[in-house]
Design a protein around this ligand. Sequence first.
Ligand code: BES
Ligand code: MN
Ligand code: ZN
Length: 518
Amino acid sequence: MTRETNRADRHAEFSLVSPQATAGAIVAEPATRPEKITADAVVLFLTEGGIGGGAAAELDRATGGLITRLAAAGEITGKRHECVPLLAAPGLEAGQLLVVGLGKREEVECGVLYRAAATAARHLAGRPRTKVVFVADGWWSARQVEQAVAGAAVGMVGQDLYRAEPRRIRFGATVWTNASPETVRTGATIADGVNLARRLVNTPPDDLYPQSFAEEAAAVAGRTGMEIEIWDEERLRRERCEAMLAVGRGSSRPPRLVILRYRGPGRDAGARSPRGDAPDLALVGKGVTFDSGGLSLKPSDSMLSMKCDMAGGAAVLAATATIAALRLPVHVVAAIGLVENMTGPAAYKLGDVITARSGTTIEVHNTDAEGRVVLADVLDVVRELQPRAIVDAATLTGACMVALGQDVAGLFSNDQPWCDTLAAAARAVGEPVWQLPMYADYDEHIKSEVADIKNVGDGRWGGAITAAKFLERFVGGIPWTHVDIAGPAFAEKSRPWTDGGATGAMVRPFVELVRGPA
Ligand code: BES
Ligand code: MN
Ligand code: ZN
């Protein structure tokens, strides 16, 4: 057994984030002559510009110019997401050579490589594969290799958690050549995070509810060495989390608040830091494990995908676990508000006035605007810890999807530099985000005649912004950015790079945010 294979086994066995999530070994191996590679498939990334030098030229030579001939005939173009399997290619021992397109070379960035590798992996994962070899190219940066590794490990995982005959079958082993073992390890860990978030979101709501989510979080915390606190109803009552409790009252599944803490190297308790012991960052997640709309009941069509309404919480848990598994030098606190929004006899009602933990009173105008009510208390809990900055992720409004579509997350902030930092991190890994305005005029829209504020804006316009304005009331002036992931968290349909369902949106951006620019 080679040293590399050893390392591979270690990754599979000790995947800190989520052993069930990715599975299979993911390893780096030194490049050998392409004709000698034994594998079910070899994956080659090809740009639109043609073969050039590097990996493509070598494989072209090994196959006696096959790629050149097919490119000349227009059978292979290198266009983005094009997948051309060359079965039993001459000169190769491998079962097939899969050529996947990268598009124009000058436009290749982390996000392009993540998706291209995921496309190839998703394609191959349609059948059982013992070993798949991905050939990284010499001109890619370490960050780009890492994101490609992550993409491949995400692409081979589907949403078919409950099918007797799964549509995607994970590879026995994934091998990357021309990549450093450390880069591959990091990429595989990031993929574990994305796949953990996806699994949690894809799990049906009767299996994943506040308490079972909290148990999952405890298991993850145990593996990655995070501290965890779980507040049950009694603790929530003692802590005056009446907003969270109100939303949870219509359900037979009581709410939970999960608080995770990770102290990286140099940021342990009592560390002599100029910043004292306050967290560097607080991540906050909306964890509505099912959103029926409550008494303001959703129509059936809109309710169908509402198991996804804890995607913000899943992203926050998975990103924090990944940050801990990578042992990044930060002090992060993560808080996830877990409730089920239902219509039971004790359900909160329209016209109710709730006193949130901060003392702000909220008049309920629509029980389907429950996410902001839950987050009011969660934000107040982290505000008390006085972190340097806050980010929250929430599948908060359909209005954000009306504004930006299904693939772009909305950003809202009280602090432009902090918002810019998060936007840069998201774009660096290829997740599109777009900022919406927070003009003071919108504050008028959530004023109530009866209480301090109401939980929906006047009329239906600007609904994503009035929701963000509501949240802003609870962050106490700390630099804060809200990410509305109602669109990108959950894909209605499959795409070349992913099966439909949960996407793991914002896991990679949050990890990137903590790492800082490469
Ligand atoms: N969870 C929904 C938002 C959502 C919609 C997420 C579609 C993912 C896909 C949220 O709780 C909600 O219902 N928002 C309402 C707010 C309205 C009542 C002011 C909405 O967007 O319709
Ligand atoms: Mn709702
Ligand atoms: Zn919701």
